[in-house]
Design a protein around this ligand. Sequence first.
Ligand code: 5GP
Length: 206
Amino acid sequence: MKGNLIIISSPSGGGKGTLIREILKIVPNIGYSVSMTTRQIRDGEVDGKDYFFVTKDEFLDAIGRDEFIEFAEVHGNFYGTSVKQVEAEILKGNDVILEIDVQGAAIVRKKMPASVAIFILPPSFEVLKARLTARNTETAENLALRLRNSYDEVNQFEHFDYVVINNEIEPAVNDLKSVIFAERLKRDRQTDTIQGILDSFDVSKF
Ligand code: 5GP
């Protein structure tokens, strides 16, 4: 049985990073696709864990080698999802989370229609602004850019299968976990297992 591709998008400051970290701790058989980016590394980030941090030339080379399932320019930097990262997890039978922006989500949905797309929505613009400001990771200019872009991003919610409103962490983690587990129970995802069970029904002697 192949794992599910789970796309998770939200505007910057929507809290998806925190929710995903919790999900990876509590849900079995799930992996995370580490993206490649040209963005500057932030304090506390680890190369190869949070992202593969590369120069623009290295990123362009990777595009040339066709290494990405999707890539996009987001808030002035490039980000891309590596084919290798995703395939390795899926072949192990694990679900794999792609934490990508709405442009990347649209590309993956087109290429892989069986993927599951979840949008994390903050409870309000005020909360988003407060979270992003408190995170204190962006320059004033970049913070403003991310807030401006959030309008177009939240308006993409219609292209997602599920919306999780991230007001408080615990209920939002539970919602996300419920979606992931429910998706694993979809009939079409269990055809081989179901067939094995049906084949055991030898009722000819009864
Ligand atoms: P940040 O700079 O805050 O880590 O990420 C900025 C935005 O880029 C977020 O919306 C994040 O989800 C998105 N992003 C991260 N990795 C990828 C990727 O591989 N592809 C795309 N399209 N977006 C990504």
